[in-house]
Design a protein around this ligand. Structure first.
Ligand code: NAP
Ligand code: HSE
Length: 435
């Protein structure tokens, strides 16, 4: 614990989030300084291209192109890693932690890939690692799980954790727009990752789910061990079916725990969520998370999940916690003790499914499809036939009664081999896990 009258803050990465942090720290400086009893000094910032036009004005003397200079500068107390990626960001974070500094990060990919190493470095060298902005933008979900809900064990956590995907799905649904056009908008608005495939293919949601699973259960589930599906195959036909049948399509992360066996399962997939559920009505860039604790019951959190301002709000909350820690020794509750929980075997995963496929529009095709499902023990709940864009074809949409994941995967493989099935069938999950 020290008694610093001036806190020097270094911001590595001055893109969407970094500029937001700079802007809002300047805006709220007087209030924060009087409440914290310190002077806040935005000491340095790093960028890749110093010639790039930025919305915030920063004296040239404060800018560097080398974030390691900031991470290792002995006068800097708090290092914000807002670069992204897992290579340079890891170097910068480790360099600062090894010097016993406090690091604030919004980088979920980094945490998911290198979390244990970063926490170990912080512990070993007396540094600290804060990461509120890494999950669900402006929603204080990390603090809620870590502190507010500490009395609980969590059987089910599910949520919309990617603002870009929710923005795309909402606009596709409401305005009938195509997915690439809306993705371009989400990028322009600063919602998407530098590599947007992380968003639309589900990996960003998986990174965030991994962090939540760790906080809730003390176990790191690598993304390779999750079921991860994105939104790139969704079409208007899927959104329309959902709307007509009382659902909204949302990209959900679902984290379940079986307290009898200790098994954890983490999955990410587009899901038909009944409109009666709060999360079905969480739209645009908003994220929503349902956390069911064994003591508190269900709690639901909603807020903007991406973009400059909500993310800056979370980063600044961490900076403030870091200052309280530095000056008053107020250490946050430590991360959960790391364990290696068993993963739920696929045989135990079941649910109801939605299948959409284009088929040859000729006699006997429906019978072949029904027989393929029946041969894997999958029972059909409903069938709908629609005109297809393909010539001499029809679009079939089927829903199933509760079936096993293994059986539905075998069914998919079977359908792909049928000559009457054209193109790749699409599989979506129906959110019966959410009650
Ligand atoms: P961004 O706009 O791409 O900004 C990245 C910043 O890092 C830029 O200033 C860039 O410099 C700098 N940078 C990148 N590579 C560099 C390199 N090799 N050397 C030096 N500087 C480098 O990204 P962002 O959207 O702000 O995201 C930053 C982090 O926050 C990521 O981990 C992201 O996942 C996370 N996050 C983002 C959001 C969001 O809504 N955007 C929300 C939550 C979390 P230049 O400006 O000169 O190119
Ligand atoms: N690309 C991310 C999203 C940023 O769209 O949710 C927030 O983590």
């Amino acid at each position: 614990m020290s008694n610093l009258s001036t806190i020097n803050i270094g911001i590595c990465g001055l893109g969407t989030v970094g500029q937001g942090v700079w802007k809002h720290l300047e805006r709220s400086r007087a209030d924060l300084e009087s409440r914290l009893g310190v002077t806040l000094n935005l000491a340095r910032a790093s960028v890749r291209d110093p010639k790039k036009k930025r919305a915030v004005r920063i004296p040239a003397a404060k800018l560097t192109t080398d974030p390691l200079v900031i991470a290792t500068d002995p006068s800097i107390h708090i290092v914000c890693e807002l670069i992204g990626g897992t290579t340079l960001a890891r170097e910068v974070t480790l360099a600062a932690l090894k010097l016993g500094k406090t690091v604030v990060s919004a980088n979920k990919a980094l945490l998911c890939k290198h979390g244990p190493e970063l926490f170990a470095a912080a512990r070993k060298h007396g540094g600290h690692f804060f990461f509120e902005a890494s999950v669900a933008g402006g929603i204080p979900i990390i603090k809620s799980l870590r502190e507010g809900l500490v009395a609980n064990r969590f059987k089910l956590i599910y949520g919309i954790l990617n603002g870009t995907c929710n923005y795309i799905l909402t606009r596709m649904d409401r305005e009938g727009l195509s997915y690439p056009a809306i993705l371009a908008e989400a990028k322009a608005l600063g919602y998407a990752e530098a590599d947007e495939s992380l968003d639309v293919e589900g990996w960003d949601t998986a990174h965030k789910a991994s962090i939540l699973a760790y906080l809730a259960h003390g176990t790191w589930v690598p993304v390779e061990k999750m079921l991860v599906e994105g939104i790139t195959q969704l079409t208007q036909a899927d959104l329309q079916f959902a709307r007509d049948n009382g659902y909204a399509v949302k990209l959900l992360a679902v984290i379940t725990r079986d307290f009898d066996t200790g098994e954890v399962f983490v999955r990410v997939h587009p899901t038909l969520v009944p409109l009666t559920k709060v999360l079905a009505n969480v739209n645009e860039v908003y994220n929503g998370i349902s956390v069911t604790g064994d003591v508190v019951g269900e709690t639901v959190y909603i807020g903007r999940g991406a973009g400059q301002d909500p993310t800056a709000s979370a980063v600044i909350s961490d900076i403030v916690d870091a200052i309280i820690l530095l000056n008053r020794g107020n250490t946050p509750l430590p991360e959960p003790v790391e364990t290696r929980a068993p993963l739920t075997p696929l045989e135990k995963i079941h649910g109801s499914y939605y299948l959409r496929m284009d088929v040859k529009d000729e006699p006997g095709v429906l019978a072949k499809i029904a027989s393929a499902l029946a041969s894997h023990g999958v029972s059909i709940a409903s069938v709908l036939q629609r005109p297809s864009d393909r010539p001499a074809a029809a679009t079939l949409i089927l829903t199933t009664h509760s079936s096993h994941e293994k059986a539905i995967r075998a069914t998919l493989a079977h359908l792909r081999k049928l000559s009457s099935v054209l193109g790749d069938p699409l599989l979506l999950r129906i959110a019966d896990f959410a009650g």
